[in-house]
Design a protein around this ligand. Sequence first.
Ligand SMILES: [Fe+2]
Ligand SMILES: [Fe+2]
Length: 281
Amino acid sequence: MLDIVQVSDIHLSPTHAWFQDNYDVFVDEMHADPPDYIFVTGDVCVNGPDRDWEFAYARQQLDRLPVPWRAIPGNHDAGDTPPDERNNHPLTEPLRATFRQHVDADWWVQDLDNWRFIGLNAQLIDSGLPSEPEQWSFLEVALADAGERRLAIWLHKPLFVRDPEAQGRMLTALFPEGRARMMELCARHGVALVGSGHLHRFRRVTMGGTKLVWAPATSFLMGARKVVPGVARLGYMRYRFGRSGFTTRFVEPPLFLNLDVRNWNKFKGSTIHLPERRPRG
Ligand SMILES: [Fe+2]
Ligand SMILES: [Fe+2]
């Protein structure tokens, strides 16, 4: 039985340390009851595109974890799917390189017991960047040569918010073209789990044979511009992967404070505009 934690949207910064406290609690919980492995599903920085020093800081913070971990980028790290009309921080090849230099590769495969975990850069999907076809090829090979292993995919953004058939390009989830391709691959290869972050909400949905899990954030809760389903609470996910299936648990540490940034966002639009705040201590 594999004991796996998925943590998401930790949003850390040495100069804009608004969301450090819950992360410190999370690190304490991992030391008290270590899982076998931790997967970090993106948004490790508060504003990586404008502050390259946040990548090295995020790495330092992830290295406080007592067990092996792997991470994928979120839109607050290497930028969002171009053109990113919301924050004007489109994903670029140099930002991808910064993430890879400091944190981790942005797509990778990690085999543990009889499970294959595949991490992807969600913002690269439908980006039109030169590296997008490389990631698709990597994914197709990783799915096809898994052998007897069962499959799970980590992706910063969910495949869809409410409607898998929804049209229109929204930054809340994958765009329709990439979503359709991902859904076809999940069905064809019997992917058991797609675990995402980004919406800062916990939710479980089933799509054919695939379970879709939205991990909550550790950092902050935000108001959705349209009503988004799911539980608006902070926490992290704990899974047990057995030979044929897995269980999920939404963990809400007693010391987590549910920080709600709706008031800030109402006036200033995004947490990327928060002023400086140095860590305590
Ligand atoms: Fe986030
Ligand atoms: Fe995000």
